[in-house]
Design a protein around this ligand. Structure first.
Ligand code: ZN
Length: 411
């Protein structure tokens, strides 16, 4: 859930200034720990523990749009003839398929050219070129998950303050998402607010190959401390407060990110097309045709069909108590079908103007126990808390992580 990119949130945060005067604060640089091993001093030159033949200078190439294995290898002095042989080797298939932003580690000396990269499961894929011959290998060893701790005081925006001490974008995005359920970044943030994050970095052979998830975090907002602990329950990663309440709400505030409300819930509205008094039993969000519509809570697709008034619409039933309706859709997502389960945030359709609609918008309804409710005013319940089966394990983990943060905290 939280591995998604939250860049949009970051962009919003970038635009949010923090009020009040700037405080002078000593931000804490990173401390790395996995209980005993300090790895702050670890760098690539110290971990060249491969065969002596491979010792050479290691460079890292970041794949840009338009790069191909051909262009990369030509630049490294490999002949076109050999590249063609490599490219037609079935075993090297996964290696030669490049993705934008993927990193390739290149070690080169007089005899060898070694290229290495990592797949999504952290396997090391390597291509060794030695004269006219080449060899391809796949292995997963020396994989380490290490905890990283960072803390900072907010002096301008949350995003800018985090960037000052090199908190990775993915972590800041997740942080903003996690605390976004409780903190309004426009009105609530103050200079002097503190953030502490414990997250996971994944290393292989001393290389940082992936920034993982936030394991625990604290946000001291106007003197009030909010703590969250990551926990996986029924296969789903979520964040919980120390009393084991899920910090995620069971429903998103809106089915479209950053959309403008064009018409509120209003039981006495004059219908724009029928020109009669007809209650508006939902909220309209103006959005461009084709904008993804996200299901606001976990549930099951109960209806997906066309009606003259709603056009293409979807009803989703949640916990046998709630129903959400998404109308005037241009089309349904190909990933959903009648009776299928959906997870909060899944795209279920796209904004359109089918049925009785003056222009492209989403008509969103929220029903509780069969009754229409104003989607904007509804106070959504929290998603599922830690169940009794997991409680003991959660409490132990929460207390360990809390203590670790306490030990590392300096501000
Ligand atoms: Zn409407």
């Amino acid at each position: 859930m939280y591995s998604r990119s939250h860049l949009k949130y970051i962009l919003i945060i970038l635009l949010v200034p923090v009020f009040l005067v700037s405080l002078i604060a000593a931000d804490r640089e990173n401390t790395v720990t996995n209980e005993e091993i300090e790895i702050t001093s670890l760098n690539l030159n110290q971990v060249q523990n491969r065969s002596i033949n491979y010792v050479g200078t290691e460079n890292k190439i970041k794949i840009k749009s338009g790069d191909t294995i051909y262009s990369i290898l030509i630049d490294l002095g490999v002949t076109a003839k050999l590249i063609n042989r490599i490219a037609s080797d079935k075993n090297a298939e996964n290696f030669i398929r490049l993705k934008v932003n993927e990193e390739i580690y290149v070690t080169q000396n007089k005899e060898f050219l070694l290229l290495e990269k990592y797949d999504d499961e952290f396997y090391n894929l390597s291509l060794t070129i030695n004269g006219d011959s080449f060899d391809y290998a796949k292995s997963r060893d020396d994989l380490k998950r290490l905890k990283q701790f960072k803390e900072f005081v907010i002096t301008d925006s949350l995003y800018a303050s985090g960037k000052k001490i090199d908190v990775p974008d993915s972590i800041l995005g997740d942080l903003i998402y996690i605390f976004g359920w409780d903190i309004d970044y426009v009105y609530d943030i103050r200079n002097g607010d503190k953030v502490r994050i414990l997250y996971e970095n994944i290393y292989s052979k001393g290389r940082l190959i992936k920034t993982g998830d936030i394991l625990a975090a604290e946000f001291v907002n106007r003197g009030e401390e909010l703590s969250v602990i990551r926990f996986t329950q029924r296969g789903r990663k979520d964040y919980y407060s120390l009393d084991s309440t899920n910090i995620r709400k069971a429903f998103l505030r809106t089915p479209i990110e950053f959309a403008r409300i064009s018409s509120h819930y209003n039981p006495n509205r004059k219908h724009p097309i029928l020109n009669t008094i007809k209650a508006h039993k939902g909220t309209d969000y103006a959005a461009k045709r084709g904008t993804p519509v996200k299901v606001t809570g976990d549930g099951v697709i109960k209806t997906m069909k066309y009606s003259n008034s709603y056009g293409n619409y979807i009803d989703v039933i949640h916990y046998n108590k709630y129903l959400t309706r998404y109308a005037h859709l241009q089309s349904f997502s190909k990933n959903i079908k009648l009776g299928a389960k959906v997870q909060q945030g899944d795209t279920i359709g796209f904004v359109g103007s089918t049925g009785l609609a003056t222009g492209p918008h989403l008509h969103y309804e929220f029903h509780i126990d069969g009754k229409h409710t104003d989607p904007v005013k509804v106070e959504p319940p929290n998603a599922q808390s830690i169940n009794s089966f997991n409680k003991k394990y959660f409490d132990k983990l929460a207390s360990e992580r809390k203590q670790l943060i306490k030990k590392l905290t300096a501000i």
